[in-house]
Design a protein around this ligand. Structure first.
Ligand code: FAD
Length: 409
C-alpha cells in the first residue's frame, strides 16, 4: 500500500499530536497523517508514573484529544504502524507492514524508548519499565500479588514510581548507582531532600550500588536482585527507570546528523531537506545552556518544538528558544523547575527544606540560570523572569524569603 500525504508525522505522542494541532490552529488545510506504533490515540505520559499508576486517573483522561477531535480536523492517525526506514530523496517512509507513505514534509516525533538493564535475568517476568500505557498497565496488573518491589534508578520516573508504590503499601527498595538521586538534573541539596523524604516514607534508598544479576525462580520469574556486593534483595517486581534511548535510528540511517538523538537547528530542521525533528528525539543547541547540545525530555519541550515547526510550515519563522520547565509529583511534594542547572557554580537555598516548601536557585558566574521549587509555586512563577533575564542578583538577596522574587526581576 502507498499513501500520499502532505505533512507526515512519525510518532503519535506529545510532540506529534501537538504538531498536528498546531498546524490546524495555524489554518493549515493540507493532508496531515500521523503514524504511531502504539495501539492508542495520543496520550499524556506524565501520569503513567503518578496518578494513572496509582489507579486514581482513568486512561480516558490521559488522552490529549478525543477521537472526534482528530476526525473533525481531518488529522489521520494511524495506530500500530511502526516506521522502519526513511528515504529522504524519494520523500517516502516505510513501515514494518510494508506500507509506504509519501510526504512533502516529514516531522520526526518518535520520542524515546525505556533503557533496560544489561545483566542476566533482565528480560524475566516481573521486570517492568514505565514508558507506555502498556508498560504501566502490565506493572499495575502485577502489583496485587507483589509485596516487595525493587526500583532501579533514582531519576524522576524511579522516584515517582517509588512514591506511588509506597502509597499502595508495597515494601520498596530503590537502587541508585550514583552517589545521589536526581544527579543528572538537580543539585546536591535537592537530591538530599528527596532521599530524605523517601526514607521518611519508608523507601529503602540505596546509593552507589551496582547490580550483578536478577535472580529468577524455576519459571523464569524474578525473585530478587543480586548486587555486586553479593547481597540479594528479594523482589516479586522490579521496575527499571534508568532513562531512555531516543528513537532516531531510521532517520540516522537515512543520513541525518545526530547521535544521541537527531540534530536540529533553531527551527527544528534536521540536516535532511524537508525533515524536522521534535521532542525527546531531537538534539539541539540550547540557548539556556550556552549552546551545548541538549536533548530535553519534557512536555514543555515537546509542545514548544511542535509549535515552532507548525509555525515554520505555515510561514511564521520563530526560532525555538522557549525556557525549559518541568514538574514532578512525589507524595505531597510538587516540584517545579525552570531553566537548566547544568554547569552551575553556586546553589542558593531560599526557604527551609524542613518546612517542605523551598527553592534552590542556581547561579553561574553570578547569573540566575535555573530554579528548583518544591511546594513553592510563587517562587516558580515569580522567579521565571530572573532565569529568563539571566539576572545578576546577590545570593544574600535571593535567599531572603522576606524579599519577593518578583521585586528582583
Ligand atoms: P512520546 O510522547 O514518547 O511519543 C513518541 C511516540 O512515537 C510514542 O508513541 C512511540 O511509541 C512512537 N514511536 C516511536 N518510534 C516509532 C516509529 N518508528 N514509528 C512509529 N511510531 C513510533 N515530562 C514532564 O514535563 N513532566 C513530567 O512530570 C513527566 N513525567 C513523565 C513520566 C513518565 C513515566 C514518562 C515516560 C515521561 C514523563 N515526562 C514528563 C516526559 C514526557 O512525557 C516526554 O518528554 C514527552 O512525552 C515527549 O514527547 P515526544 O512526542 O517526544 O515522545
Amino acid at each position: 500500500m502507498t499513501v500520499d500525504t502532505d505533512i507526515l508525522i512519525v510518532g503519535a505522542g506529545h510532540s506529534g499530536a501537538q504538531a498536528a494541532i498546531g498546524l490546524r490552529n495555524a489554518h493549515y488545510d493540507g493532508r496531515i497523517t500521523v503514524l504511531g506504533d502504539e495501539d492508542q490515540l495520543p496520550y499524556e505520559r506524565p501520569p503513567l508514573s503518578k496518578d494513572y499508576l496509582a489507579g486514581e486517573k482513568s486512561f480516558e483522561r490521559l488522552l490529549i484529544r478525543q477521537q472526534a477531535f482528530w476526525l473533525e480536523r481531518k488529522i489521520d492517525i494511524v495506530t500500530k504502524c511502526k516506521v522502519t526506514a526513511v528515504d529522504p530523496q524519494a520523500h517516502t517512509v516505510f513501515s514494518e507492514d510494508g506500507s509506504a507513505y509519501r510526504y512533502q514534509h516529514l516531522i520526526w516525533a518518535a520520542g524515546g524508548r525505556a533503557r533496560t538493564l544489561d545483566c542476566s535475568g533482565a528480560k524475566a517476568k516481573g521486570v517492568f519499565t514505565v514508558r507506555t500505557r502498556d508498560d504501566a498497565d502490565h506493572l499495575a496488573a502485577a502489583l496485587p500479588t507483589a509485596s516487595s518491589v525493587v526500583i532501579v534508578g533514582g531519576g524522576y520516573v524511579g522516584l515517582e514510581t517509588a512514591a506511588v508504590l509506597r502509597k499502595l503499601g508495597k515494601r520498596v527498595t530503590l537502587l541508585e548507582s550514583g552517589s545521589r538521586v536526581l544527579s543528572r538534573v538537580a543539585g546536591e541539596a535537592l537530591s538530599m531532600f528527596y532521599e530524605d523524604q523517601h526514607r521518611q516514607q519508608g523507601v529503602d534508598v540505596r546509593l552507589n550500588v551496582q547490580i550483578e544479576a536478577l535472580e529468577l525462580d524455576s519459571s523464569n520469574v524474578v525473585e530478587g536482585v543480586r548486587l555486586c556486593s553479593g547481597e540479594v534483595i528479594p523482589a516479586e517486581v522490579v521496575v527499571v527507570g534508568i532513562g531512555i534511548i531516543p528513537n532516531a535510528e531510521p532517520l540516522l540511517a537515512a543520513g541525518a546528523a545526530g547521535g544521541n538523538g537527531v540534530w536540529v537547528d533553531e527551527y527544528c530542521r534536521t540536516s535532511l531537506s524537508d525533515i524536522y525533528a521534535i521532542g525527546d528525539a531531537a538534539l539541539h543547541a540550547s540557548i539556556w545552556c550556552d549552546g551545548a547540545p541538549t536533548r530535553i525530555e519534557s512536555v514543555q519541550n515537546a509542545a514548544d518544538m511542535a509549535t515552532t515547526v507548525a509555525r515554520s510550515l505555515t510561514g511564521t519563522f520563530e526560532p525555538y528558544g522557549a525556557i525549559p520547565w518541568f514538574w514532578s509529583q512525589q507524595y505531597d511534594l510538587k516540584l517545579q523547575t525552570v531553566g537548566l542547572s547544568k554547569g552551575y557554580d553556586e546553589a542558593v537555598m531560599r526557604g527551609d527544606p524542613v518546612e517542605r516548601s523551598f527553592s534552590v536557585i542556581y547561579l553561574k558566574q553570578g547569573k540566575v540560570i535555573a530554579m528548583d521549587c518544591v511546594n513553592a509555586m510563587k517562587d516558580f512563577v515569580q522567579g521565571k523572569g530572573l532565569v529568563q533575564a539571566g539576572a545578576l542578583i546577590p545570593a544574600s538577596k535571593l535567599s531572603d524569603i522576606g524579599i519577593s522574587l518578583k521585586s528582583m526581576v
